[in-house]
Write a protein that binds this ligand. Structure first.
Ligand SMILES: Nc1ncnc2c1ncn2[C@@H]1O[C@H](COP(=O)(O)OP(=O)(O)OP(=O)(O)O)[C@@H](O)[C@H]1O
Length: 348
């Protein structure tokens, strides 16, 4: 059996699976507690601040909030900040844990007035629970079905007012009636290098680790636009500095990241496996998502929500109606020559 807490290069691949206790403790220690401490996403921060201030001035629960974006950009952190800034208790759950309407009914009926309910991966909740949630979000009420068949009756149950914070990596999978019931949707964007450098400066300060600015910027530029990855890479650099000595400078950054297979632009093993598969096995594409997922031995959802958004953002991959296509930049990055005549790829 593998030890989930060991440090492994696979650690650096962000997947929608439970993190190890060590990762969670590390993340928890670095999590910003207030909107002011939260780096970047300035538009979303301003919008959230207004929403929270308006609710506080009117002494009511803040509107329901949907946070959408790839993993590791700060959705859980923002949910915690919403509770902290509005001085309300926080209850955390997730879509996969709500597989029946009864699971949701139990959760909703136990909320205290004003509580913030965070449902991570809300797109993975059972359909029957989704329907119950519509009414709960709108009227703070649910209908509980009692009995079966012709004798079944529904008993209305009033709920304490609450604020739902839903997080999703796949907002397109949410049914419109659910999406429409959120008062505000925040679409989180990948962070730029300067913002990530700030995330790292804060983390290094909290860890009492001396990382010079050029080394922080180098880690930032290899973090796939994602604070969680920036913090994890910092952890690897810290390990390297502790074991090898010589501080956490540029040399340690280069050596540690090479050791863990993080390439100069931050692509990890899975990113490269996907690109290499498209380029070498499928002549650059187009290739369908499911075929691609099977070929690299990964879940289609992981490819779609974790790998692709970043590759698309940096212009290495395009999604076409016929499938995924590697761009000229991807071929160049992998150092593979493209077939030149009659190429499918001339326009990408
Ligand atoms: N804007 C930010 N400023 C500073 N640190 C951040 C920021 N966003 C995220 N982080 C750090 O990155 C880590 C991951 O953030 P978080 O768990 O909130 O991401 P997430 O979007 O909820 O990811 P997932 O969807 O995988 O749960 C946290 O430890 C947090 O400290």
């Amino acid at each position: 059996m593998t030890d989930p807490t060991r440090d492994d290069p696979a650690d650096l691949v962000i997947r929608p699976t439970p993190e190890s206790d060590a990762e969670l403790a590390f993340e928890g220690a670095l999590r910003p507690r207030t909107l002011a401490e939260f780096v970047g996403q300035s538009k979303v921060r301003g919008q959230l601040q207004l929403l929270l201030d308006a609710a506080a001035m009117q002494s009511r629960t803040p509107d329901h909030i949907l946070l959408a974006g790839p993993p590791g950009l700060g959705k859980t952190t923002l949910a915690m900040i919403v509770a902290h800034e509005s001085n309300r208790p926080l209850r955390m759950s997730s879509g996969p844990a709500i597989q029946h309407a009864g699971d949701l009914a139990a959760l909703l009926s136990s909320l205290v007035p004003g509580e913030v309910l965070f449902i991570d991966e809300i797109h993975r909740m059972a359909r029957s629970a989704e329907e119950m949630l519509y009414l709960a979000m709108e009227d703070f009420r649910i209908d509980i079905m009692v009995g079966k068949g012709a004798g079944a009756t529904s008993i209305p149950l009033d709920l304490a007012p609450f604020t739902l914070v839903g997080a999703t990596t796949r907002s397109g999978l949410l049914p419109n009636p659910l999406r429409d019931r959120f008062g505000f949707t925040a679409n989180l964007e990948f962070y730029d290098d300067v913002e990530l450098e700030e995330v790292l400066a804060r983390a290094a300060r909290l860890l009492a680790l001396d990382v010079p600015a050029d080394a922080r910027l180098e880690i930032a530029s290899r973090s796939r636009g994602t604070p969680r990855i920036a913090n994890r890479l910092l952890r690897r650099v810290r390990d390297y500095a502790i074991v090898r000595g010589g501080g956490a400078g540029m040399e340690a950054v280069h050596a540690a990241l090479e050791l863990y297979d993080v390439d100069p632009i931050g692509l990890d093993r899975l990113d490269r496996a996907v690109l290499e598969m498209i380029v070498t096995r499928f002549d650059g594409g187009p290739v369908g998502l499911n075929t691609l997922a099977v070929s690299v031995g990964e879940e289609a959802e992981t490819i779609e929500s974790v790998v692709e958004p970043f590759l698309v953002r940096i212009g290495m991959l395009t999604r076409t109606p016929r499938g995924r296509v590697a761009t000229r930049r991807a071929w160049d990055h992998l150092g593979v020559r493209r077939p030149d005549s009659g190429s499918l790829f001339d326009d990408v």
